[in-house]
Design a protein around this ligand. Sequence first.
Ligand code: NAD
Length: 251
Amino acid sequence: MGGRIEGKAAAVTGAASGMGRAIARRFAAEGASVAVLDCDREGAEETTKMIAEEGGKAILVPTDVTEESSVEAAVGATVKEFGGLDIFINNAGIVIMANVADTTVEDWDRVHNVNLRGTFLCCKYAVPQMIDQGGGAIVNIASISSFVSIPMHAAYSASKAGLLGLTRDIAVSHGRDNIRANCVCPTSTDTPLIRKAGAGRGALKRMAKMHPLRRITEPEDIANACLFLASDEARCITGIALPVDAGWTAQ
Ligand SMILES: NC(=O)c1ccc[n+]([C@@H]2O[C@H](COP(=O)([O-])OP(=O)(O)OC[C@H]3O[C@@H](n4cnc5c(N)ncnc54)[C@H](O)[C@@H]3O)[C@@H](O)[C@H]2O)c1
């Protein structure tokens, strides 16, 4: 039996680590050819190697989503290698923790350059390709902070809320092109990002207890949601923001 996205060409940004790696591996396991886009070359090589060892197909495309020329080249390289681009996952993201008064202008720009402007650039180059080939699916990784406050995340929350607007615009403007665009909004997930932000094992356990389901998400939970939204099973779903949050935003 074929996989759920058998034969599709997918690109995943931030695929060198955390959720992006889990998404890339799951997509390859479900039959997609996967372009691993990241500025961390070593981590991206590791992801590509893992996928090959698991019997999947992946290529490494070194990419900095903050550089327009890098994004344009990455989309071009993916299309050249796979003959098309059916799925684009905008997952690359950074967090800088600070409240609004303590956020420097440089930090505000850094966060927005990756999280929001980077996603804009990737969509800017992926969408014309998808139009040319008759459709595609985009999934943007936002956050529960797109909806509710997480203290000390001023720039991050603003960038993640911005993704909802960008995603809705793509969904509505390009529905007629058979392009779907959706967001997945994770709660705290155990990845290098949250560890770097200072959450140790104890803090993650405490966070889990504060969620209705008494757990936080694993990168694989996010990969599952992305897989569904990227697949034809979700052919009538566009413009939504799906919390994968163990009930956090329902409280
Ligand atoms: N971990 C969480 O708790 C959490 C919660 C909600 C949302 N998210 C979001 O999920 C996404 C993935 O986060 P993660 O937790 O897996 O983080 P991570 O730090 O493990 O991975 C992020 C990846 O993005 C890459 N990246 C950063 N800047 C880049 C750039 N300019 N160009 C290309 N790649 C770049 C990094 O090299 C890294 O491989 C992010 O968008 C993050 O904001 C994470």
